[in-house]
Design a protein around this ligand. Structure first.
Ligand code: ADP
Ligand code: ZN
Length: 749
């Protein structure tokens, strides 16, 4: 035998031997057995990584031990395990089981899930923390220095400190971002020292402790429901539907208070973009030990946090999607804030949705799951309507602050918009008024760059040669950029296809909007936030800080500014174009439009001052936009659910999407037709009742040089699709030119 075969346990018998069950990071793989040599018998445990002979030529290959057994297949000789890489298991038994479930649910292999879920830093056992601290140079005369106030504040913090401090601690204590510290370092006014530390920076940061707020009646009712589930130690999913500013976070915090009092731990998932210092401070102010898992943690930090969490030294884990795998020893509660955010779904294998993984983990560990949102997904809402989950509602903003008044501005006949400007007459007047009254303004536009289309009157827009999208003009760089790949060119004088001169830039991105605001409101202090202007690490936090402190009057940007920010002095929010999302041919375009308008509108009226929202649209009669303007989630959901039911789309059915791609269009066309045949035959033979649509070209057919075709599966339940896939996929024998990806519960269709 060249390859170890998948196990056939029916042929197995109890023996004196010990076998390790091992999985590999390969697609569609099964569990393999290896004999454990005597000297490793005492050490081997599920959750460790091992090296074993595998495949042709018995190459030593890394795998994950997922079980140990004395019941060993007898029909053939087993190969022997070669080496154990970890002293301790990297995952507990419960987490191993969860990863197995993820593999089955999302149609990837157990090994692929394990490889993705265990952080690189943990696998590498990334070493003791190497940290940099700063101290003052000897004989520095602070009084003599001429430096900006922020830098002075940093030096004063250091002067008062008995020990050198890290950047984070310095910034926190001096109340600044990282740039004053960088400047001081460049000038040699502070001196870096390298060292090792066992203490996370996080634990050194001192946050002023706060006591819990007195909840209002609605909050109290919601909290009681969560506490009931907690006290009865049972799993229940509670959907906390509360308008923006209704005090959802305060409810989470007080529920966590109870969890912590039992000596258990809580996991709080928030979208990466909401992991702002403000959010973190809110949790740190209430709980002694909070771990924050950013995506940009160093390997060493991640490893350190992982260990602290596993040892039970952390009460609350706050993090983005992957924090759902935090190895807390005694889980008490999981909270997902802004559960509607698409970033909870992973975009690479395994394509899991953190909300569904959280539900499964909470179910297995008998703890409640709280999902919070002002605009719950229709999936979550429908579960609550069916009585599977419990709906809790907060209808009022705290302290009865009114929801902002939203006005739809019909831009179809606006003279300025017709001239190609982005800010129409009404919005322009609104901005002028808000600025005059010393309020702050947020302008939202979901497109970065200067202008999305370079237009030839004859051939239409200039497109990326590698992708099926128009190139966006980035005036600051002097380049046309593709937003899907790295492609860029200088704008041609003449159309490359027809040779005609007179190309025009059409449409508005954030850069063009910035230029327009500068012309129209020359004295306003302006800040643009998009992924181009916020490249540098920390710049995002710093920008928000300067807006909060009132050093900026007008903040404009992409969805980066739409989420979860809390600025009391914002009196006007302008949505430049509500229609962009709505007219996409996507299942969720209405839902996303509603969510986005609600989220953006929620950024105003959060303080004592009343807030207004002006939404520019060319389709003011569109029901979704009208519902959003009236803050009428229920009517929106009613209508949209009817539509989904009529079209048998989620949440009334389940979907999966198979994407095939190739550099050669003919290969991908032929292969997707052939594979569709296999799938249709399988579902018919086994009577699985899976509906298969396609193959059809994907919405963006060409992406990064690859031609993409897709197939859609629709079924009543996951099991049907899982069975179809398990049966059919091993028979595909895909042409080597073609790659495929399967996406269960896809968000983009
Ligand atoms: P949400 O998460 O629903 O958007 P938050 O929890 O952020 O709402 O609450 C909005 C603001 O109201 C925060 O500044 C919070 O401190 C404050 N707040 C929350 N609950 C109360 C309460 N019961 N009494 C007074 N202020 C509250
Ligand atoms: Zn491209």
């Amino acid at each position: 035998e060249l390859e170890p075969e998948p196990d056939r346990w029916e042929l197995a018998a109890e023996t004196d031997c010990l076998a390790a069950m091992v999985v590999f990071n390969r697609p569609l793989d099964s569990v393999y057995s290896y004999l454990v040599p005597d000297d490793l018998r005492e050490i081997i445990a599920p959750g460790q990584r091992v090296r074993v002979p595998f495949g042709r030529g018995d190459q030593l290959t890394l795998g994950y031990c997922v079980g140990v057994t004395t019941t060993v297949p007898t029909h053939r000789k087993l190969k022997t395990l070669h080496e154990i890489l970890d002293r301790e298991p990297l995952l507990s038994g419960a987490m191993l089981d969860l990863t197995k479930w993820i593999g089955e649910r999302y149609l990837s292999s157990w090994g692929q899930v394990l490889d993705s879920v265990i952080p690189a830093g943990v696998k590498k056992q990334a070493g003791t923390r190497q940290i940099v601290t700063f101290e003052l140079p000897p004989d520095l005369d602070l009084a003599q220095l001429k430096i900006p106030a922020k830098q002075r504040a940093v030096l004063e913090v250091l002067q008062q400190s008995s020990a050198p401090l890290t950047v984070d601690v310095l910034a926190e204590r001096a109340g600044c971002g990282s740039s004053p510290i960088d400047s001081l370092r460049r000038k040699g006014l502070i001196v870096p020292r390298r060292g090792r530390s066992e203490v996370a920076q996080a634990d050194v940061i001192e946050v002023e402790k706060q006591s819990d707020l007195q909840l209002n009646a609605e909050q109290q009712t919601a909290l009681i429901s969560i506490l009931e589930a907690l006290r009865e130690q049972r799993h229940e999913t509670l959907l906390l539907h509360g308008v923006t500013g209704s005090g959802k976070t305060e409810v989470y915090i007080q529920a966590i208070r109870e969890v912590v009092s039992y000596g258990r731990q809580a996991i709080v998932l928030v979208p990466e973009i909401s992991l702002t210092p403000q959010t973190i401070r809110r949790f740190r102010a209430r709980f002694p030990s909070v771990a924050v898992l950013h995506s940009h943690l160093s390997d060493a930090d991640r490893h350190w946090h992982w260990q602290q969490i596993a040892e039970g030294k952390v009460q609350v884990v706050v993090g983005a999607r992957s924090a759902i795998f935090a190895p807390v020893p005694q889980l008490g509660l999981i909270v997902i804030d802004e559960e509607h955010e698409a970033t909870f779904k992973q975009n690479s294998t395994p394509r899991y949705h953190a909300r569904d993984v959280a539900r499964e983990r909470a179910r297995r560990e008998n703890v409640p799951l709280v999902l919070g949102s002002a605009t719950p997904t229709l999936e979550s809402l429908q579960r609550a309507r069916l009585g599977l989950d419990r709906l809790l509602t907060l209808k009022q903003r705290v302290e009865r602050r009114p929801l902002p008044h939203v006005t739809l501005v019909d831009t179809r006949n606006d003279p300025l918009i017709s001239k190609g400007q982005a800010i129409g007459r009404a919005l322009g007047q609104g901005i002028a008024h808000a600025l005059r009254e010393r309020g702050q303004v947020i302008l939202f536009l979901n497109l970065r760059g200067f202008s999305p289309v370079l237009w030839c009157p004859r051939c239409s827009g200039i497109r990326c040669p590698d992708c099926d999208v128009t190139l966006t003009w980035h005036k600051d760089k002097g380049l046309l950029l593709c937003h899907s790949c790295e492609y860029s060119i200088a704008p041609p004088e003449r159309c490359e296809k027809c040779g005609l001169p007179g190309l025009r830039f059409l449409g508005t991105g954030t850069q063009r909007l910035e230029a327009e605001v500068r012309t129209k409101f020359p004295t306003a202090r302006l800040l643009r936030m998009d992924s181009d202007s916020m490249r540098a690490p920390g710049s995002h936090d710093e920008a928000l800080e300067s807006f909060r402190e009132g050093r900026v009057d007008l903040l404009l940007g992409t969805q980066m500014i739409a989420k979860g920010l809390d600025f009391p002095n914002v009196t006007l929010v302008g949505v430049i174009d509500a229609d962009t999302l709505l007219h996409q041919p996507e299942l969720r375009s209405a839902e996303r439009t509603f969510q986005l308008i609600s989220q953006v509108a929620g950024r105003t009226g959060r303080g004592d001052r009343e807030g207004r929202v002006l939404v520019q649209t060319m389709s003011p009669m569109e029901p979704v936009i009208q519902f959003a303007a009236r803050h009428d989630y229920d009517s929106f959901a009613e209508r949209e659910l009817e539509h989904r039911a009529a079209t048998h789309s989620p949440p009334f059915s389940l979907m999966a999407r198979l994407i095939l791609r190739s550099l050669t269009e003919s290969s991908v066309q032929a292969e997707s037709r052939r594979i569709a045949g296999i799938l249709r035959q399988t579902t018919a033979e086994k009577n699985l009742g899976v509906r298969i649509l396609g193959p059809a070209p994907a919405l963006i057919t060409k992406l990064r040089k690859y031609y993409r075709y897709h197939l859609q599966f629709t079924a009543e339940n996951h099991a049907a699709i899982q069975e179809l896939w398990r049966d059919a996929a091993p028979r595909f024998q895909l042409h080597p030119d073609v790659e495929m990806t399967i996406d269960m519960d896809p968000l983009d269709l």
